[in-house]
Ligand binder design. Structure first.
Ligand SMILES: Cc1ncc(COP(=O)(O)O)c(C=O)c1O
Length: 402
C-alpha cells in the first residue's frame, strides 16, 4: 500500500453504515497508527511568517487554532458526515451547544421560529425563553398536528425545530410532512435526532435541512464525555455555523472527539442490542398490572405506528411508562431498582431510569407538563447492554413496591 493511501484513505460513503462507523474520516499520521491519533494541541506552528499570514488570509489550507479546527475533531466530523450522508458538519462541546448554535446562528432580530412543544427542557428554554430576549419570536405547536405547524407559519418564519421521538413521551413526528411545510414557507427544518440515533433514522434523507445530536448520548454511550454535532449542507455550515463557532467558541475538545470516534466504532452494535433489550422490556411491562400506560415506538400499539414504519428503521432504546399511584409510587419503583440506576442521562451501556417531572422537565409548569402528557407517575427507561431478562426481573421486583 502506498503511503498516500495510508494517510488519506478514500471516503467510505459507498460502504454500508457499519463500515462507515469504523473507517469514516480516519486520517493517519506518518506513523501509520491503527487507532486514530489524538492531537491534543491548542495551536499550530508555522514554517514562516508568510505561511502564517497565508493561513489567516485563507490562501494556505491548514490548522490555525483548535477553537477553529483540530485534526482529531475533523476526523469525528468527517465520520459523522459519511454516516449521515451530509455535506458538512461541525462538532460542538455539548449537545446543547449544537442545538443553540444551529437555531441561533442563522437568525436575526425580527425572525420567527416554530417548534414542537414536546422536547427536552433545555431545548425548550432556548426556543421559548432565550430567543425572544434577542427579538426572535417563537411559537410552540403540538408537533403531531400538521395544521398547527401550517397555521403557525408567518412571512418571517425562518426555522422549524423538532425532536422525534420526543423526550420523554416518545411521540413520533412526521419529518417529511413538516419539512414540506417548512420549505413551502421558505424556512428550514432542524431535527434533533438524539432519541432515534443515526442508526434508526436519517432526517436529511427525509427532507430535513439540518440534523443535530447530543453525542453525549448513544454516540459516546459509555458515560465518559459530552459532545454535540451539527450536520447539513456545505452552504449552511459555511454561511451560518463555521464562523459562529470560531468566533464564539463552543468547540469540541480534541480529547472528547477521540473518545467519540471510539464510540462511533461500536455505535451500531450497541444501539442494535439496546433496542432489542428495550423492545423486550416494553413487551414485558405492557402486561404488568401496576402500569397504566406504556409507550414504545417499536410496538404496533404506538399511537404513530404508521409514521414509525415510514421514517424509522426500528423502535428506539427508550421506553416510557406510567406507574399507577402517581409520584410516590414512581419513586418507590426507582428506589427499589438494583441494576437500572436513577439518572437524567440516556443512551448509555448501563440501563438508566429518569423521572422527567422532577428532572429534565421540572422547569415546566404543571399545566405545560400535563399538556405534553408528562405525568407524575411517568418513568423514562433507557435500555443498556445488560441481559434483558435481568433488566425485566429487576423492573418486576421494583414494581412490587409501587
Ligand atoms: C433530545 C436531547 N437533545 C439535546 C440534549 C442536550 O445534550 P447535552 O447534554 O449533550 O448538552 C439532550 C440531553 O441532554 C437531549 O435529550
Amino acid at each position: 500500500m502506498s503511503e498516500s493511501r495510508i494517510a488519506n484513505p478514500a471516503g467510505t460513503r459507498h460502504y454500508r453504515p457499519e463500515t462507515r462507523l469504523v473507517h469514516g474520516g480516519t486520517l493517519r499520521s506518518q506513523f501509520g497508527e491503527t487507532s486514530e491519533a489524538l492531537f491534543l494541541t491548542q495551536g499550530y506552528i508555522y514554517e514562516t511568517a508568510e505561511q502564517c499570514a497565508a493561513r489567516f488570509a485563507n490562501t494556505d489550507p491548514g490548522y490555525i487554532y483548535s477553537r477553529f479546527a483540530n485534526p482529531t475533531v475533523a476526523m469525528f466530523e468527517q465520520r459523522m458526515i459519511e454516516l449521515e450522508a451530509a455535506e458538512a458538519a461541525r462538532a460542538t462541546a455539548t449537545g446543547m451547544a449544537a442545538v443553540t448554535t444551529a437555531i441561533l446562528a442563522p437568525l436575526r432580530a425580527g425572525d420567527h421560529v416554530v417548534a414542537a412543544k414536546a422536547m427536552f427542557g433545555s431545548c425548550r428554554f432556548v426556543v421559548e425563553d432565550l430567543l425572544p430576549r434577542y427579538g426572535i419570536s417563537s411559537t410552540l405547536v403540538d408537533g403531531l398536528d400538521l395544521d398547527q405547524w401550517q397555521k403557525a407559519m408567518r412571512p418571517n418564519t425562518k426555522t422549524l425545530f423538532l425532536e422525534s421521538p420526543t423526550n420523554p413521551t416518545l411521540e413520533v413526528l412526521d419529518i417529511t410532512e413538516i419539512a414540506r411545510i417548512a420549505h413551502k414557507g421558505g424556512a428550514r427544518l432542524i431535527v434533533d435526532n438524539v432519541f432515534a440515533t443515526p442508526i434508526w433514522q436519517s432526517p436529511l434523507s427525509l427532507g430535513a435541512d439540518v440534523v443535530v445530536y447530543s453525542a453525549t448520548k448513544h454516540i459516546d454511550g459509555q458515560g465518559r464525555c459530552l459532545g454535540g454535532v451539527i450536520l447539513s449542507s456545505n452552504d449552511f455550515i459555511q454561511e451560518h455555523i463555521h464562523n459562529f463557532l470560531r468566533q464564539t467558541g463552543p468547540s469540541m475538545s480534541p480529547f472528547n472527539a477521540w473518545v467519540l470516534l471510539k464510540g462511533l466504532e461500536t455505535l451500531g452494535v450497541r444501539v442494535r442490542q439496546q433496542t432489542e433489550n428495550a423492545a423486550k422490556v416494553a413487551d414485558a411491562l405492557a402486561k404488568h398490572p401496576k402500569i397504566s400506560k406504556l409507550i414504545y415506538p417499536g410496538r404496533s400499539d404506538h399511537p404513530q405506528a404508521e409514521t414509525v414504519k415510514k421514517q424509522m428503521r426500528a423502535g428506539s432504546s427508550l421506553v416510557a411508562f406510567e406507574v399507577k399511584g402517581e409520584r410516590a409510587a414512581a419513586f418507590r419503583v426507582l428506589n427499589a431498582l438494583k441494576i437500572t440506576r436513577i439518572s437524567n442521562n440516556l443512551g448509555d451501556a448501563k440501563s438508566l431510569v429518569t423521572h422527567p417531572t422532577t428532572t429534565t422537565h421540572q422547569r415546566l409548569t404543571a399545566e405545560a407538563r400535563a399538556e405534553l402528557g408528562i405525568t407524575e407517575g411517568m418513568i423514562r427507561f433507557s435500555a443498556g447492554l445488560e441481559h434483558p431478562d435481568d433488566l425485566i426481573e429487576d423492573l418486576y421486583a421494583a414494581l412490587e413496591k409501587a
